[in-house]
Design a protein around this ligand. Sequence first.
Ligand code: ZN
Length: 114
Amino acid sequence: MTTRSMICAKCGYDLRGLPQRGGCPECGSTYNKDTLNGIASLNSAYRRSENISFWLKIAALILSALMIMGCAGILSYFAKTPSKPLVTGGFMCCMLLLIAIAMIVLKKMDDKED
Ligand SMILES: [Zn+2]
């Protein structure tokens, strides 16, 4: 018996207690516990979901940066001094992008440590 966790590589379903070979009850993809085909370690599945939430945060940061820039662009049409909203918006946009870049750099450094 191995203590290795047996989870579906596709959907992360816990395959412990199921036959050595077969199909995942959750998503139907086939697995083989002997060859570890279609099997992911719990750790890598956890890392994957961690990765997804990380990139969602980055996407949200970049999207809000773009939205701020868009709003600044619209405001500049109505403002008496068109450069003012553009400078403010541009500054906020740059800050958000810098935060996103800093988060990516920190994550890359974190990944290298393993
Ligand atoms: Zn599955």
